[in-house]
Design a protein around this ligand. Structure first.
Ligand code: DQA
Length: 140
Protein backbone atom coordinates (compact mmCIF):
# COMPACT_ATOMS: atom_id res chain seq x y z
CA UNK A 1 0.00 0.00 0.00
CA UNK A 2 1.17 3.50 -0.80
CA UNK A 3 -0.27 6.77 0.55
CA UNK A 4 0.40 10.47 0.38
CA UNK A 5 0.07 12.80 3.36
CA UNK A 6 -0.67 16.38 2.28
CA UNK A 7 -0.37 19.35 4.62
CA UNK A 8 -1.54 22.87 3.85
CA UNK A 9 -0.39 26.36 4.79
CA UNK A 10 1.40 27.18 8.03
CA UNK A 11 1.67 23.55 9.13
CA UNK A 12 5.43 23.89 8.47
CA UNK A 13 5.31 26.33 11.41
CA UNK A 14 4.18 23.69 13.91
CA UNK A 15 5.91 24.10 17.25
CA UNK A 16 6.23 27.86 16.70
CA UNK A 17 2.69 28.69 15.67
CA UNK A 18 0.09 29.07 18.46
CA UNK A 19 1.41 26.18 20.56
CA UNK A 20 -1.59 26.47 22.90
CA UNK A 21 -3.73 25.36 19.95
CA UNK A 22 -1.41 23.20 17.83
CA UNK A 23 0.99 21.84 20.47
CA UNK A 24 4.74 22.15 20.92
CA UNK A 25 5.86 19.45 18.48
CA UNK A 26 7.36 20.76 15.27
CA UNK A 27 6.84 19.74 11.66
CA UNK A 28 9.81 17.34 11.77
CA UNK A 29 8.18 15.55 14.69
CA UNK A 30 5.01 15.22 12.62
CA UNK A 31 7.00 13.81 9.69
CA UNK A 32 8.67 11.39 12.11
CA UNK A 33 5.33 10.20 13.47
CA UNK A 34 3.98 9.66 9.94
CA UNK A 35 7.07 7.72 8.81
CA UNK A 36 7.19 5.64 12.01
CA UNK A 37 3.49 4.73 11.66
CA UNK A 38 3.85 3.82 8.00
CA UNK A 39 7.03 1.78 8.60
CA UNK A 40 5.26 -0.18 11.35
CA UNK A 41 2.30 -0.87 9.03
CA UNK A 42 4.35 -1.69 5.94
CA UNK A 43 2.97 1.35 4.08
CA UNK A 44 5.00 3.37 1.61
CA UNK A 45 4.47 7.09 2.22
CA UNK A 46 5.08 10.42 0.53
CA UNK A 47 4.81 13.55 2.66
CA UNK A 48 4.00 16.88 1.04
CA UNK A 49 3.51 20.35 2.51
CA UNK A 50 2.76 23.60 0.72
CA UNK A 51 1.57 27.07 1.56
CA UNK A 52 0.08 27.38 -1.94
CA UNK A 53 -3.39 26.25 -2.93
CA UNK A 54 -2.46 25.38 -6.53
CA UNK A 55 0.51 23.30 -5.40
CA UNK A 56 -1.84 21.30 -3.18
CA UNK A 57 -4.22 20.80 -6.12
CA UNK A 58 -1.22 19.61 -8.19
CA UNK A 59 -0.18 17.17 -5.43
CA UNK A 60 -3.70 15.71 -5.27
CA UNK A 61 -3.87 15.35 -9.06
CA UNK A 62 -0.38 13.81 -9.05
CA UNK A 63 -1.57 11.15 -6.62
CA UNK A 64 -3.92 9.72 -9.25
CA UNK A 65 -2.82 6.27 -10.34
CA UNK A 66 0.19 6.33 -8.01
CA UNK A 67 -1.16 5.92 -4.48
CA UNK A 68 -3.98 4.06 -2.75
CA UNK A 69 -5.11 6.80 -0.39
CA UNK A 70 -4.66 10.37 0.83
CA UNK A 71 -4.36 11.84 4.30
CA UNK A 72 -4.96 15.58 4.05
CA UNK A 73 -4.91 18.53 6.39
CA UNK A 74 -5.70 21.44 4.09
CA UNK A 75 -5.28 23.83 7.05
CA UNK A 76 -6.92 27.20 6.34
CA UNK A 77 -7.82 26.07 2.79
CA UNK A 78 -10.20 23.60 4.43
CA UNK A 79 -12.62 26.44 4.93
CA UNK A 80 -12.22 28.20 1.59
CA UNK A 81 -11.01 25.92 -1.19
CA UNK A 82 -13.49 24.49 -3.63
CA UNK A 83 -10.45 23.78 -5.86
CA UNK A 84 -9.08 21.30 -3.30
CA UNK A 85 -12.54 19.73 -2.90
CA UNK A 86 -12.81 19.35 -6.68
CA UNK A 87 -9.31 17.85 -6.94
CA UNK A 88 -10.15 15.25 -4.28
CA UNK A 89 -13.36 14.41 -6.13
CA UNK A 90 -11.50 14.27 -9.45
CA UNK A 91 -8.97 11.65 -8.33
CA UNK A 92 -11.60 9.65 -6.42
CA UNK A 93 -9.06 8.20 -3.99
CA UNK A 94 -10.09 7.38 -0.41
CA UNK A 95 -9.12 10.45 1.56
CA UNK A 96 -9.09 11.10 5.31
CA UNK A 97 -9.20 14.68 6.61
CA UNK A 98 -7.16 15.51 9.70
CA UNK A 99 -7.14 18.60 11.88
CA UNK A 100 -4.77 18.96 14.81
CA UNK A 101 -7.25 21.21 16.63
CA UNK A 102 -11.02 20.84 16.61
CA UNK A 103 -12.18 23.55 14.19
CA UNK A 104 -15.83 23.08 15.27
CA UNK A 105 -15.03 24.50 18.70
CA UNK A 106 -13.21 27.56 17.36
CA UNK A 107 -14.26 30.58 15.28
CA UNK A 108 -17.45 30.36 13.23
CA UNK A 109 -15.51 30.60 9.94
CA UNK A 110 -13.76 27.29 10.71
CA UNK A 111 -17.03 25.36 10.88
CA UNK A 112 -17.26 24.74 7.13
CA UNK A 113 -15.01 22.11 5.57
CA UNK A 114 -15.15 21.93 1.80
CA UNK A 115 -12.42 19.26 1.58
CA UNK A 116 -14.28 17.17 4.13
CA UNK A 117 -17.14 16.73 1.65
CA UNK A 118 -14.84 14.49 -0.40
CA UNK A 119 -13.36 12.58 2.54
CA UNK A 120 -14.46 9.22 3.93
CA UNK A 121 -13.51 10.24 7.47
CA UNK A 122 -12.54 13.31 9.48
CA UNK A 123 -10.33 13.18 12.55
CA UNK A 124 -10.09 16.32 14.71
CA UNK A 125 -8.68 17.49 18.00
CA UNK A 126 -6.17 14.69 18.66
CA UNK A 127 -3.05 16.76 18.00
CA UNK A 128 -0.53 15.18 15.64
CA UNK A 129 -1.70 11.74 16.85
CA UNK A 130 -4.67 12.30 14.51
CA UNK A 131 -2.38 11.56 11.56
CA UNK A 132 -1.60 8.10 12.97
CA UNK A 133 -5.33 7.43 13.35
CA UNK A 134 -5.94 8.58 9.78
CA UNK A 135 -3.23 6.29 8.39
CA UNK A 136 -4.58 3.32 10.38
CA UNK A 137 -8.11 4.07 9.14
CA UNK A 138 -6.93 4.14 5.51
CA UNK A 139 -5.16 0.83 6.00
CA UNK A 140 -8.46 -0.65 7.25
C1 DQA B 1 -6.09 23.21 11.17
C2 DQA B 1 -7.36 23.99 11.52
C3 DQA B 1 -7.57 25.13 10.54
O1 DQA B 1 -8.75 25.85 10.88
C4 DQA B 1 -6.41 26.08 10.56
O2 DQA B 1 -6.57 27.09 9.59
C5 DQA B 1 -5.10 25.40 10.40
C6 DQA B 1 -4.88 24.11 11.05
C7 DQA B 1 -5.79 22.13 12.21
O3 DQA B 1 -4.99 21.25 11.90
O4 DQA B 1 -6.29 22.17 13.34
O5 DQA B 1 -4.17 25.93 9.79
O6 DQA B 1 -6.31 22.55 9.92
Amino acid sequence: MKIIVINGPNLNMLGIREPEIYGSENYSALEGLIRETCDAEGIEVEIFQSNHEGAIVDAIQGAHGRVDGIVINPAAYTHTSIAILDALKAVGLPAVEVHISDPETREEFRRVSYAGLACIKTIVGLGIEGYRQAILFLKG
